[in-house]
Structures are given as C-alpha cells and as structure tokens.
Design a protein around this ligand. Structure first.
Ligand code: G3P
Length: 242
C-alpha cells in the first residue's frame, strides 16, 4: 500500500519524507489556500521534497475546456504531477481527453460505486473515494471502498484506488485490508500510525534495565571523541576549494 500525505504544508511533508515511507502527496484547493503562497511555487516545492513521489494538484475550473487548460498547465510543471479533476460530467469529458494525451488524472470527490465505475472507464489513473465525509453523514465510507475495489477487480481496471478523507489510523488499516492501492491521510493520522503505549513502556523498561547494568555491559559503540569531531569540522569539505 502506498502512503500519501493529504496536506500542502511543506514542514509536514518534509517530516514524513525524512522517514522514507512517503510515496506522494495529495493537495486540494482548501489545503493549498491555507499555505498562503503562489500555487505553482508551492507545488514545485512539494515536488522537490517528495522527490520521486507523485504530487496531486487540482483544477479549479468547472467546465471541460477550462479544466483541460488548467490540467495541461499543471502537468507541464513537473513530470510527477497527477491532475485532480472533480467527478462531474465536465470532469469525465476532460478526463477522456487528458487520458488520450497521456496526462495522469485523479478523479476526486467520489462518493458512489457508479461514479468510480465511470471514472475507471474514462481512464482515471487514481480514483479518490472520500471515506470520512461519508461517515460524517452516517453513510458507510469503508463499504464504498469495498465495493469499488471489488468492481475494479472484476474487470481488472488499471485505475488505482486512493482512499481519501481518512480520519484516523483504523481507516488506514481497514483500507489496507480491503486492498486500496493508496491511503492519503492528514499528517496527524500519519503520526498516529506510529503510536502504541506498550511500545513506549517497553522501550522505557529496556533502557532502564540496560542503564542499571551498564558497567558490566559496556558500550555497543565507543562514544565519539570530541577532539576528533572538532578537527574534522575544521577541515574544508571535499570539492569546496584548495
Ligand atoms: O484531499 C481530499 C480529501 O482527503 C479531503 O479530506 O478531511 O477534507 O474530508 P477531508
């Protein structure tokens, strides 16, 4: 399963990327608006941080021609950009054209299996069912995900299912069990994936026991000698001159 971060915040993306488990980023107009900088600059900075990962950037036009213009522009910014278009008639028309041009499209705001079926038929690269927003109105977000994965398997659609609008770690785990290709999550949910009180308690006990027996156990690695570190730092870095 691929992990995407659902944010346009560079600091959050940097932190997740540094852990080596980040496969991409999804943004939307709301998330981009929070960052207060020109969209192109923002998206290119995100591309730089996620390196080989994909970066999803959304169009804001609602008519097919406008979407096509924006999508072509967004796709020209960086090879790793996937263009998000909304699940509307105009969006599906635009998707057909963009698919023909080899531009990868993520169909967003998907809330039903029939919408997901249309998106796959039109050539979507990703389809984004919004689980949390369905749960918010007492509908079954995970049920929708299950139906989409089943339908895509039946017909071997190549469209990847991107579980979006995830609210908590159990959403991520359930999406993995169902077989979603990708989970996109807010940074807070990503952080929650790490947490277990028994890990913290266990580590604390291990370290306490080690400390008590340190004299007998010795060191695993000799501590760094400060005078050597100082001398190394005083030397000019390689390739920076004579
Ligand atoms: O970015 C799309 C989706 O994940 C938004 O989630 O939390 O606004 O429902 P949310």
């Amino acid at each position: 399963m691929k992990f995407f971060l659902d944010t346009a915040n560079l600091e959050e993306i940097r932190q997740a990327a540094a852990l080596g488990v980040l496969d991409g980023v999804t943004t939307n107009p709301t998330l981009a608006a929070k960052e207060g900088k020109p969209f192109r600059e923002l998206i290119l900075e995100i591309c730089d941080v996620v390196k080989n990962g994909v970066v999803n950037a959304e169009v804001v036009s609602v008519d097919t021609q406008g979407m096509l213009r924006e999508a072509r522009e967004l796709a020209s910014w960086h090879p790793n950009i996937v263009v998000k278009v909304p699940m509307t008639r105009d969006g599906i028309r635009a998707l057909n054209v963009l698919h023909g041009e080899g531009i990868h499209v993520n169909v967003t705001l998907v809330f039903s299996p029939s919408q997901a079926l249309l998106a796959a038929k039109a050539g979507a690269y990703f389809v984004s069912p919004f689980l949390g927003r369905l749960d918010d109105i007492s509908e079954d977000g995970l049920g929708l995900l299950r139906e989409i994965v089943e339908i895509y398997r039946n017909y071997q659609f190549s469209t990847q299912v991107l579980a979006a609008s995830l609210r908590h770690p159990l959403h991520v785990v359930a999406a993995a069990k169902i077989g979603a290709h990708i989970a996109t999550m807010p940074f807070k949910v990503f952080e929650q994936l790490f947490k277990h009180p028994l890990t913290d308690r266990g580590l604390e006990a291990f370290l306490k026991d080690w400390e008590k027996a340190r004299e007998v156990l010795g060191e695993i690695v000799e501590p760094a000698r400060p005078e050597l570190v100082e001398r190394a730092e005083a030397r000019p870095a390689r390739g920076t001159g004579r």
